[in-house]
Design a protein around this ligand. Structure first.
Ligand code: 3IX
Length: 192
């Protein structure tokens, strides 16, 4: 078992405080980027995950497993499920804290098989913050909010400045992306 798994969140974390401009409970969150494999509408074989703010510390996401998501016949691929949780956890950190952050560590426990056609109901919560580090965890239940737990995941996200994306990613696309978000009143605090 990993060190992080034994001690979560670490003792030096503080409770996470949602950003004052975080969307209120009940807000349906659309895609954060049209080309995102996790939530983007333009990615045909993507996961098309949709999320909603459930409370000031919790985000619920739904992911329906399609035929493009298989590992064994009729069953979801484990790595792809980890991807779904990366998206759900990232959405929780991003939307509640409104700071750019990237996944530094992702742990996944696969508890039961997830068949094609089933919908995972993923409830993610902020567990704590320590400087640039945000600890977040989630449970995914099969086919209902109170269905059996199929997957659990925990993630460490590290807050980064905008240069993380402009230096390592596509600077022009980042600029357009920020314009779109600014126009929608969704720009973020980008200097950690
Ligand atoms: C304008 C741009 C805005 C962009 C975003 C805008 C909008 C988005 C909107 C909504 C979001 C909605 C949904 C998001 C959905 C999905 C999210 C998917 C997220 C991803 O899929 S993203 C891709 C995969 N991800 C990477 O591509 C990261 C590659 N990586 C790095 O870029 C560096 O590695 C980095 C930056 C992580 C750290 O580098 P660094 O140099 O900045 O900082 P450093 O190394 O000092 O780490 C600082 C402290 O974290 C601790 N630490 C670091 N790594 C650790 C580990 N693995 N385990 C345990 N602790 C760790 C250190 O120990 C230290 O701790 P301490 O402070 O206590 O010493």
């Amino acid at each position: 078992m990993s060190k992080a798994a034994e001690n979560w969140p670490p003792e030096d974390t503080e409770p996470a405080t949602p950003h004052p401009d975080a969307p209120p409970s009940g807000t349906e969150l659309g895609e954060h980027y049209s080309q995102c494999f996790g939530c983007g509408d333009d990615v045909e074989s993507g996961l098309h995950i949709r999320s909603m703010i459930a409370s000031d510390m919790t985000v619920v996401s739904k992911f329906t497993v399609g035929k493009d998501h298989q590992g064994a016949p009729g069953l979801a691929h484990g790595g792809l499920l980890a991807c779904a949780f990366d998206e759900a956890l990232g959405s929780t950190v991003g939307n509640l804290l409104r700071r750019p952050a990237v996944t530094a560590r992702l742990e996944t426990d696969f508890v039961r098989p997830v068949p094609v056609g089933s919908t995972l109901h993923i409830a993610a919560k902020l567990d704590g913050v320590s400087r640039r580090k945000t600890y977040v965890s989630a449970e995914g239940r099969l086919d209902a909010e109170d269905g059996p737990v199929a997957v659990r995941a925990r993630g460490l996200f590290v807050t980064v400045g905008v240069e993380h994306f402009t230096k390592h990613g596509d600077a022009d696309a980042i600029s357009q992306f920020r314009d779109v978000r600014q126009a929608a009143g969704q720009d973020w605090d980008i200097n950690p």
